[in-house]
Ligand binder design. Structure first.
Ligand code: E4P
Length: 236
């Protein structure tokens, strides 16, 4: 399962890219609105120059004709840009037309398996089931991911399942177990995935044990003893 970052914040993206695990980025109008004063196009191009992978940018139009026009313009921003279109009647028509033109579509706001099936049938490259928002209303968001993956696998449907609206590190594990091709996660979740208190304690302990051993060698000891500790090669 590949990891995408769900943000439009350039510092977060730069840091995640530095960690060497970032395969793509998803943005949406809400995330862009947090980046005050940054035009959407400029920010997406900036991200695409930093991250060598799919960068999703969302359409705002509401009719199929307008969506097609807007999506063509967005797709031309950078070769890595994938166009995000919300699933509804107009969106579906636009996805079918754009997919025939070879424009890659990430179908967003997927809340049912049937919506995912329709988007895949129309030729979408990705479908994004929103796990957290289903959990928010008392449903099982990850069950939706599992169901879509099972059906796509059974019929060898090439559309990739992009688990979205993930809110905590356990969601990432469950998305992987469900067979999602991609998990898109907030920066905070990426950082939490890396952390474990026992790892921190373990590192501290290894360092202090090693320091103590050096000190014990200490008095009588000597550069030679220290060298033995470091290299593991005895002098015997
Ligand atoms: C995905 O593409 C969406 O931008 C995102 O995951 C939505 O997450 P939210 O429900 O936390 O806003």
């Amino acid at each position: 399962m590949r990891l995408f970052l769900d943000t439009a914040n350039i510092d977060e993206i730069r840091h995640a890219a530095d960690l060497g695990v970032l395969a793509g980025v998803t943005t949406n109008p809400t995330l862009i609105a947090k980046e005050v004063g940054v035009p959407y196009r400029d920010r997406v191009i900036e991200i695409a120059r930093l991250v060598d992978g799919p960068i999703s940018a969302e359409c705002l139009s509401r009719t199929a004709d307008e969506l097609v026009e807007e999506a063509r313009a967005i797709a031309a921003w950078h070769p890595n840009v994938v166009v995000k279109i919300p699933i509804d009647e107009e969106g579906l028509k636009a996805i079918a037309r754009l997919s025939r033109e070879g424009i890659r579509i990430n179908t967003t706001l997927i809340f049912s398996t049937n919506q995912a099936l329709l988007a895949a049938t129309a030729g979408a490259t990705y479908v994004s089931p929103f796990v957290g928002r289903l959990d928010d209303i008392g449903e099982d968001g990850m069950a939706l991911v599992r169901e879509i993956v099972t059906i796509f696998d059974r019929f060898h449907i090439p559309t990739q399942v992009l688990a979205a609206s993930l809110r905590h590190p356990r969601h990432v594990v469950e998305a992987a177990q469900a067979g999602a091709h991609i998990a898109t996660i907030p920066y905070s979740v990426l950082l939490s995935m890396l952390k474990h208190p026992l790892t921190d304690i373990g590192i501290e302990r290894f360092l202090s044990d090693y320091q103590r051993a050096l000190t014990n060698l200490g008095s009588g000891a000597t550069k030679e003893g220290e060298q033995t500790m470091i290299s593991g090669k005895g002098t015997r």
